[in-house]
Write a protein of this length. Structure first.
Ligand code: ZN
Length: 322
């Protein structure tokens, strides 16, 4: 409709030939991709993902806290994760969830027989309210030190005002880091070492943590995945608030692939099927259902595909606008 009328208009729009050329290029790109002539990701035309990668709208109900494996405990909710790591010299807490869920978090820690006051180190997956909303209160309550990946430190300190997803409003109580981390840094407490891996894109400092734990005389590599989910309705290409977003996502996936993983955990329970694994664990399943290297690889494959597909869609949309 638009095409047939555009040509006949006296005010011949200058964009029409350009647009036609762009469409031709787009078609060429599709054909090149379809014939497999090019290995470049930009020319592969990906079909829509079979799995929908999203945060399912299930309720964020309390969960009875439990031992995942070795010295690692689940103290989070049905949706938002929080992990307690016990050592002979005190506790490490990874993620504090929301300010409103703080009483549940504290109760969960106590239910497991630990003392909130014994928390020495506070870590986060990334600077979003569902992971850091309770952080400043927990810091004040325990006197524990807050360790933050450098790229998330500023946004954590301004309470989300500078969040590239946000509109300049404060989203959580600001938290000043005690220690700024760089990619690959390690933190050791009571013989347990937590390694910080920058897997950015979801936030600029999105941090995947890894450690080792022992159970039944075996040592297991544990990975706490940050989140590699593309933010809805946030442009990835030429985003002035985050120019390197696509590159960061891509290197994050490469980083995850390089990490040895036996026990796969993540910042949201749905990402690693927490409920289903916990049910099997309660039923006495052997080996421990949280030992799931295949699930880890599937997570990476699914989220990477979703990222590449969405990036392609954004590129195609941009091209068709010319
Ligand atoms: Zn997030």
């Amino acid at each position: 409709m638009e095409h047939s009328t555009a040509d006949s208009r006296a005010t011949a729009r200058s964009w029409t030939p350009q647009r036609t050329a762009c469409r031709f290029l787009l078609l060429l790109t599709m054909l090149v991709g379809a014939t497999g002539c090019s290995q470049q990701e930009t020319t592969e035309l990906l079909p829509p993902p079979q799995k929908k990668i999203y945060n399912p709208p299930y309720p964020n109900d309390p969960v009875t806290p439990f031992q995942i494996i070795g010295n690692i405990y689940y103290v989070g909710m049905a949706n938002y994760s929080a992990y307690l790591i016990s050592t002979p010299e005190g506790l490490i807490l990874l993620d504090t969830m929301l300010e409103s869920t703080l009483p549940v978090l504290q109760e969960n820690i106590r239910k497991l027989g630990f003392k909130v006051e014994d928390i020495k180190i506070l870590l986060q997956a990334h600077a979003h309210v569902d992971h850091v909303g309770g952080l400043v209160d927990m810091k004040q309550l325990t006197g524990a030190k807050v360790y933050v990946m450098a790229e998330d430190a500023d946004v954590l300190a301004d309470g989300g005002v500078s969040d590239f997803r946000g509109d300049g409003r404060q989203l959580w109580k600001p938290v000043q880091a005690d220690v700024i981390l760089q990619d690959g840094d390690q933190i050791t407490l009571g013989g347990t070492t937590m390694a910080a891996h920058l897997t950015a894109g979801h936030t600029k400092g999105c941090t995947t943590w890894s450690t080792q734990t022992e159970e039944g005389g075996q040592i297991y590599n544990v990975v706490f995945v940050c989140s590699n989910r593309v933010n809805d309705n946030i442009p990835m290409i030429d985003n002035p608030k985050y120019p390197n977003m696509p590159e960061d996502f891509a290197s994050g996936f490469a980083k995850l692939k390089s990490l040895p993983c036996d026990v796969f955990l993540a910042s949201h329970a749905f990402m690693f099927n927490m409920q289903e694994k916990r049910t099997r664990q309660e039923q006495g399943a052997e080996p421990n259902p949280f030992i799931d290297p295949e699930g880890y690889r599937t997570y990476i494959a699914d989220f990477e595909y979703d990222f590449r597909y969405r990036l392609q869609q954004e590129r195609l949309e941009k091209q068709s606008q010319y």
